[in-house]
Write a protein of this length. Structure first.
Length: 319
């Protein structure tokens, strides 16, 4: 290639990039103006990226995120708050972004010999998926509740094992169901040494990482976890219960409600969760607003990871 030919290519590339990124013209418009095919324009732009001729700088609205975080911390006495920009209208994308932030916060908070207790569920599964492999051989991950048969990939024991694997640590399994049928069954299981030892570890955890669930509609995840009759579901949705953490139901101000159901759970209760040094709740999207606000009002958690639009709605309702 001659020097003249090289200069022509560079001039053409510069013209295409100027039209695309400084004049915000579409590739088809550029092709028409320069007498090129759209495929040719696309190849030039792609090659320019590969050659380092294009740098993309995202000026994200971090100041607003910081203000929301500080407002949450001040209003609800939190230790920490991490808010992700709401950059998508797709709930699954927002949840993924929030899960990534929760995983990063966990890595920032964990110490070489930390005990971490976790809940089960879809949000926690996404967090575990997003956590980068680390090397904390003395870290221990334990379930905060019993498990749910038939929910393998969102089951708390499976997730505790996977998170421990990601962190390079160890996990302990809780071989008991989350829900039991009677108060007597719960009392018996809670006194079993194998169950008691795991839950004692969870009570003494340095970090609790839990999902925040809504119970407003039958489509909410709580009803996937717990099989209720039509009458029971109708009765529950008509109560003042606003959310659930560790499958424990609570009202507008974070006080326990539907205690006849809460009494049949194997796991930490909400008071025990509140005693953990870092009790971090994770939730995203508008469907969780009421549940999040109630949890914050009740002081059920001292850390929160969520998204911008959801937190803005929480703060608006709080005032």
């Amino acid at each position: 290639m001659t020097m003249s030919e090289r200069d022509d290519i560079l001039r053409q590339t510069a013209k295409i990039l100027t039209l695309r990124y400084m004049e915000n013209r579409s590739q088809s418009d550029i092709a028409k103006q320069l007498g090129l095919s759209t495929a040719k324009v696309n190849r030039v732009i792609r090659q320019a990226h590969d050659d380092g001729l294009v740098e993309i700088t995202l000026k994200l609205p971090q100041e607003r995120m910081h203000n929301l975080e500080q407002h949450l911390i001040k209003l609800f006495g939190l230790k920490t708050a991490v808010i992700q920009p709401s950059l998508s209208k797709d709930d699954s994308v927002i949840t993924q972004q929030v899960a990534l932030a929760a995983g990063e916060l966990l890595i920032e908070t964990v110490k070489p010999d930390s005990i971490i207790c976790i809940s089960g569920g879809k949000t926690m599964a996404e967090i575990v998926e997003q956590v980068k492999p680390m090397s904390f051989p003395k870290v221990r991950v334990v379930p905060a509740t019993g498990g749910i048969q038939g929910h393998h990939y969102t089951d708390v024991n499976y997730l505790a094992s996977k998170l421990a694997e990601k962190l390079g640590g160890t996990s302990t399994q809780l071989h008991a169901p989350l829900f039991v049928d009677t108060d007597e069954q719960r009392a018996l299981l809670m006194e079993m040494r194998s169950v008691k030892e795991v839950l004692d570890l969870a009570r003494n955890a340095d970090i609790a990482l839990v999902g925040i669930g809504s119970v407003a509609n039958e489509s909410d995840s709580y009803y996937d976890l717990r099989t209720l009759s039509g009458h029971q579901t109708e009765a529950l949705t008509s109560t003042q219960c606003q959310g659930e953490i560790l499958a424990h139901l609570y009202d507008d101000y974070g006080r326990t409600c539907a205690d006849h159901l809460n009494r049949k759970l194997i796991g930490l209760n909400l008071k025990e969760l509140g005693n953990v040094e870092h009790s971090i709740g994770v939730a995203a999207t508008h469907s969780k607003v009421s549940a999040m606000l109630a949890a914050l009002r009740g002081g059920l958690i001292n850390g929160l990871v969520s998204d911008e639009d959801t937190v803005a709605s929480v703060l608006e309702q709080a005032e």
